[in-house]
Design a protein. Structure first.
Length: 166
């Protein structure tokens, strides 16, 4: 997807994960679902894969970034939680295979005094040992619920930020 260079003050839905590692790629699957949707003006979608620091430029361009990512937190697979990480310590204790990149990314944003608000939907998964591009049944079944929650947050942010430029 080609993102606009004058995107600041818009909302970015950013899917994170390794598409080749089954449930660990849930964020990428979500991004691909949203790419097929007609989203409101001012909302972009990006498949961030395992981009880590390479994603920093996108955080600098948007007022709100909504992340979707897998986590190994010991909760029932398919559990969805929304957290607003502002500091390294705000992340769940055990993120997935790219946890250092996301945590360090938030640390870098802190150092840059970034005003970007991060909204992180974490999805509990059982394992990152599986390989393949298919999600397991428990994770595949909750995709509509993740989508519903992300869109609910988008609508709330658009109401609270009515002057978003197009």
């Amino acid at each position: 997807m080609q993102l606009q260079k004058d995107s600041f003050n818009k909302i970015l839905i950013l899917g994170i994960g390794n598409y080749l590692m089954a449930d660990e790629g849930v964020g990428v699957h979500m991004a691909r679902m949203f790419e097929a949707e007609q989203l409101p003006a001012g909302v972009d979608v990006l498949d961030g894969g395992t981009g880590g620091f390479h994603l920093l430029e996108y955080f600098e361009q948007y007022q709100h970034v909504i992340l979707v990512d897998a986590t190994l937190d010991g909760l029932e697979p398919g559990t969805i939680r929304l957290i607003k990480p502002k500091f390294y310590s705000d992340f769940p204790a055990a993120m997935s295979t790219h946890d250092i990149g996301l945590k360090d990314l938030v640390g870098a944003l802190q150092l840059l005094n970034s005003t970007t608000e991060i909204h992180l939907f974490v999805v509990s998964i059982k394992s990152i040992q599986e390989q393949g591009i298919e999600l397991t049944a428990p994770i595949k079944e909750i995709l509509p619920e993740i989508k519903k929650r992300v869109m609910g947050l988008v609508e709330q942010l658009l109401i609270n930020e009515p002057a978003l430029p197009v």
